[in-house]
Design a protein around this ligand. Structure first.
Ligand SMILES: Nc1ncnc2c1ncn2[C@@H]1O[C@H](COP(=O)(O)OP(=O)(O)OP(=O)(O)O)[C@@H](O)[C@H]1O
Length: 225
């Protein structure tokens, strides 16, 4: 099977102003439908790696492929399009647009992609909001719903373009244990039922322990699974 994500010998430096090597030869594959946790102490390089995987930082050595497409070396506009079409993001602070409605927040990435008519996007967004149990809140401003609901809206937004890969940077970092479980179960189901690949950076040991696979980083290297 073609890996959903293939990472080969990634090396990353920051110059700030002295040069530090933050990633020291990272290689791993992730299969479609796998639910992977990326763990490690603060400063070990998890977020830096996720930034590269998500194509937001292109300044590195090594190669990254998603679903067989080599991302390394693509131009910024090609990367932006690829990202919008194939990768969904969920962050600790969900970065919803607070003054926009819940529904508009979810629709936006699909409107930007412009592949489907707005009515179809609207129907899909509503379906996702129902799936994530946010029915009845679609016309509220995103700032007017609870933190747990906002995180589920962020997941709906991440799913609107049917991404092959969903990446989370501490996707439950801001949630209480009840909402953490809700979000975990959603990811679990997306991986199992829809074959979507999930990669989540987490500090939550219990979250990680329940994933299919855990990769641990220490000082810019993978030290174990
Ligand atoms: N923009 C930057 N410029 C210079 N150094 C950076 C930059 N971003 C991160 N670093 C350094 O790279 C190292 C790895 O940081 P990174 O944020 O990837 O760690 P992390 O494992 O995600 O940590 P945390 O769990 O605290 O989020 C740290 O030493 C950090 O200081």
């Amino acid at each position: 099977m073609q890996p959903a994500l293939s990472v080969d010998n990634i090396i990353k430096y920051f110059h700030d102003p002295e040069t530090i090597q933050v990633l020291k030869g990272i290689s791993f594959d992730v299969q479609p439908g796998e639910f992977l946790a990326l763990i490690g102490k603060s400063g070990s390089g998890k977020s830096t790696l996720l930034y590269l995987l998500s194509t937001m930082d292109t300044n590195y050595e090594g190669t990254i492929q998603i679903n067989g497409t080599r991302l390394t070396g693509l131009k910024q506009n090609e990367l932006a399009r690829f990202r919008n079409e194939h990768i969904g993001f969920v962050f600790q602070f969900h970065y919803l647009l607070p003054e926009f409605s819940v529904l508009d927040n979810v629709m936006l990435p699909a409107l930007k992609l412009g592949k489907q008519p707005p009515e179809q996007i609207r129907a899909k967004a509503l379906e996702l909001l129902y799936l994530l149990d946010i029915k009845g809140h679609e016309d509220k401003k995103a700032s007017r719903i609870s933190g747990g609901q906002q995180q589920r809206v962020a997941i709906a937004r991440a799913l609107i373009n049917d991404p092959a890969i969903i990446m989370g940077d501490e996707p439950t970092g801001n949630l209480d244990s009840k909402n953490t479980k809700v979000v975990f179960d959603i990811f679990r189901e997306l991986a199992r039922e829809r074959g979507q690949t999930i990669i989540a950076v987490t500090h939550d040991d219990e979250f990680a322990a329940n994933c299919d696979r855990v990769i641990e980083m220490v000082d810019g290297k993978i030290v174990g699974e």
